[in-house]
Design a protein around this ligand. Structure first.
Ligand code: IVH
Length: 711
């Protein structure tokens, strides 16, 4: 119900600024309250029409009095311009992960350890569903949402504030009707996409000629990582909060109170939270949730058991990765029965031939499954799966569906066993056999391997080129547009326009995505190359090792650290390409076998030429090489307003090149706010906090003093 005093009719011109300011504030409060009732509590008190009227009134007043617009106004959920990349931001406290099990016996052992750790005291556990979404940190300063950060490596993640602001259940300002708002609050929660929304989204993607997403979690993760918040706004997401990472100005004794406070502050929390004091009660809760799991409209993959008493948690402490006071008790993977319609052989980027069962489509926990890997020749023989067989399949989390076993059908006649082909189905080369694996040795000529390499190269954790999945990669190879990875960088909108699946913006988006990918980090680039045995972690270790080597060398040669980062990263890559097996083996975690593979890869002249051709397309590394040594090491910058001499991304690259960091929001940790023309609320915030504010000129001078070359 809107208070009778709310003036919805006086034309804005007839209001004086003070009246307008008061009215805008009241409208916002009322709208926030109705947002809360509608989205969080799902019990609206006014009609959509009445709500729209309030909202339009606020918009109208903000238009007439633009100086009244604040970032936390309900009208400001969706930001204007797309960004060029997502900033890396540090969490207020590490975001740990949970130890997990799917056995009751492990739960018993956990309970014993907890009791022992607490000197035999009675223990109370808080039980929650384990939500299968994307973990996120939300930071509120003085009740206002200032940043949202993905979990990343647990220490730092990607700043996705603009995107998270579009999630209707995330308050832009905490409610203070029930409980005072703390000066600082960092919340952990899970971003979800509902199964029904996921299905609808996939249908829409398919209709647009795009590839469907694998599961709701990937869909949520993808939506969160958009550079354009307007796209995120169109993806239906929800956020459930379940933990406080850091807090000032309030204290709690129990986790139960924490959840209550989160709800009071206007956040949504998981459903059906319960308390338990025995393992039996935990098992019962687990079983009951397992039974109801299929009736939920979102994915949960188990329950979480947490010690309720916060002082007891402190006593138990954490290992380097997991708290000792919590355990994820997972569900058994979901199983379904279906028929193998056909067995085909797919060739991956490394040339391995994998038998794949094409299944009669079946729904497994809300996701339709139509293919499953049969792994290799030995597995195929061991499970004795043939075309036409009835099989039991399972899907655990986002793991590719597995064929568990064959279901006997005594009266049915079976087809003969499936034989792996002796020629590569993609290029016809005679296959080679290594242990249980069959592979195609035609590394450089086989189109299937090239397709796989393209998809890997473009992957999210590699060069992160959106819209370049299996289908698009196949198309590019089949049409002869891409004969090797470097060709990707020559693709033009004209090349793509009109190809199936490249309607309207898809062509421009892909070309733009490829262009953006030229600016990357060395570790991503190394991972993207698809060097045998080199996964993400090894790629990172290699990058770090060789960056250190060249940095030390540069410091010795010049007697000082250096500013510009891109050259150092390119030198590091050169050093890696020239490294001997012995040198590689000295890196932690790289054994003789891996060292050989890496060495062989870089020594093969065809690889070396392919890499040179990719680099020649203008790859630039933006490793923050100065992290320990740069002149701006550890300094945190925030940009607001438009700069004249530099683009935002140039400014960012310069700061990062000198070891500084660029954050999206102003907080007490910000060292400098660089204010261009038409600086917005961040400038106000900086003044409020007393943060040092630099004009563009002062910023350029600071860079100069730091020895950074400004282009
Ligand atoms: S508590 C330190 N509670 O499960 C403990 N986690 O590794 C913090 N998750 O990625 C986590 N539902 O994001 C907690 N009710 C819940 C959860 C939950 C899902 C996620 C969490 C993390 C993973 C566990």
């Amino acid at each position: 119900m809107s208070p009778p005093s709310l003036d919805l009719d006086t034309p804005p011109q007839a209001l004086n600024p003070d009246e307008a300011a008061r009215l805008v504030e009241s409208l916002r409060e009322v709208i926030r309250h109705h947002d809360y009732l509608y989205y969080v509590e799902a019990r609206p008190e006014i009609s959509d029409g009445e709500y729209d009227r309030l909202f339009r009134r606020l918009q109208e007043l903000e238009e007439a009095f633009p100086h009244l617009i604040t970032a936390d106004s309900p009208t400001q959920r969706v930001a204007g311009e797309p960004r060029e990349d997502l900033p890396t931001l540090r969490h207020a406290a590490p975001m740990l992960s949970l130890d997990s099990t799917n056995e009751a016996a492990e739960v018993r052992r956990f309970d014993e350890r907890v009791r022992k750790g607490l000197g035999g005291r009675a223990v109370e556990y808080l039980l929650e569903p384990k939500l299968d979404g994307v973990s996120l940190e939300l930071v509120y300063e003085a009740g206002v949402l200032v940043r949202a950060v993905t979990r990343g490596n647990g220490e730092e993640g990607e700043g996705v504030t603009e995107n998270v602001r579009t999630i209707p259940t995330v308050p832009l300002r905490l409610r203070d009707r029930v409980r005072p708002v703390p000066p600082f609050l960092s919340v952990r929660g899970e971003v979800l996409m509902y199964l029904s929304d996921f299905e609808a989204l996939n249908q829409q993607l398919v209709e647009e000629g795009l590839e469907p997403l694998a599961n709701p979690r990937n869909a949520a993760a993808g939506a969160l990582r958009q550079l354009d918040a307007r796209i995120t706004a169109r993806r239906p997401l929800d956020l459930l909060a379940y933990d406080i990472l850091a807090l000032e100005g309030a204290e709690f004794k129990e986790d139960r109170e924490v959840l209550e406070a989160l709800r009071d502050w206007g956040l949504k929390t998981p459903e059906r939270v319960a308390l338990a004091s025995t393992v039996e009660e935990i098992l019962e809760y687990h079983a009951s949730y397992a039974r109801d799991r299929d009736r939920l409209d979102y994915e949960i993959d188990g329950i979480v058991v947490k010690v309720n008493d916060l002082a007891a948690r402190a006593v138990l402490g954490t290992t380097s990765r997991h708290p000792r006071w919590a355990l994820a008790f997972k569900f058994e993977p979901r199983k379904e029965i279906t028929r193998v319609e056909r067995i085909v052989v797919s060739v991956g980027r490394t040339g391995v031939l994998t038998p794949v069962a094409l299944l009669r489509p079946v729904e497994v926990g809300g996701v339709t499954v139509s293919r499953a890997s049969l792994h290799n020749r030995d597995e195929l023989r061991r499970k004795d799966i043939r075309e036409g067989d009835l099989v039991r399949i399972q899907r655990a989390g986002d793991v590719i569906p597995q064929v568990v076993e064959r279901v006997e059908e005594p009266s049915r006649e079976r087809k003969p066993p499936f034989e792996m082909p002796d020629r590569c189905p993609a290029c016809g080369s005679p296959v080679k056999i290594r242990g249980p694996f069959t592979f195609c040795p035609n590394r450089f000529g086989c189109p299937a391997q090239l397709k796989g390499r393209i998809v890997h190269f473009a992957g999210r954790r590699a060069l992160d080129i959106e819209g370049l999945g299996d289908e698009k990669a196949s198309l590019l190879v089949d049409r002869g547009l891409v004969r090797e990875l470097a060709d990707l960088f020559d693709l033009s909108v004209e090349d793509l326009k009109g190809l199936p699946g490249f309607a309207d913006k898809a062509a421009t988006n892909l070309v733009e995505g490829i262009r953006r990918a030229k600016s990357t980090e060395l570790r991503r680039f190394l991972f993207a190359l698809g060097i045998p045995e080199v996964g993400e972690a090894v790629a990172r270790d290699l990058a770090e090792h060789f960056l250190k080597v060249v940095r030390t060398r540069a410091a010795v040669e010049k007697g000082e650290g250096r500013g510009a980062g891109s050259d150092l990263a390119a030198e590091a890559l050169d050093a890696l390409r020239r490294a001997s097996q012995e040198e590689l083996q000295q890196i932690d975690g790289i054994g003789p076998r891996m060292a050989d593979e890496i060495y062989d890869f870089f020594q093969d002249p065809r690889n070396a030429e392919a890499i040179d051709r990719i680099l020649a397309k203008g790859i630039r590394f933006r490793e923050a090489v100065g992290q320990e040594g740069g002149a701006l090491a550890g300094k945190r910058f925030v940009f607001t307003g438009a700069l004249e001499r530099l683009s935002r991304s140039q400014a960012k690259a310069l700061v990062e090149g000198a070891g500084g960091r660029v954050m999206s929001g102003v907080s007490r940790e910000t060292d400098y706010v660089v204010a261009g023309s038409e600086a917005g609320s961040k400038l106000d915030k900086a003044r409020e906090l007393g943060t040092r504010v630099l004009s563009e000129e002062e910023f350029l001078r600071l860079l100069e003093e730091a020895g950074v070359r400004v282009p």
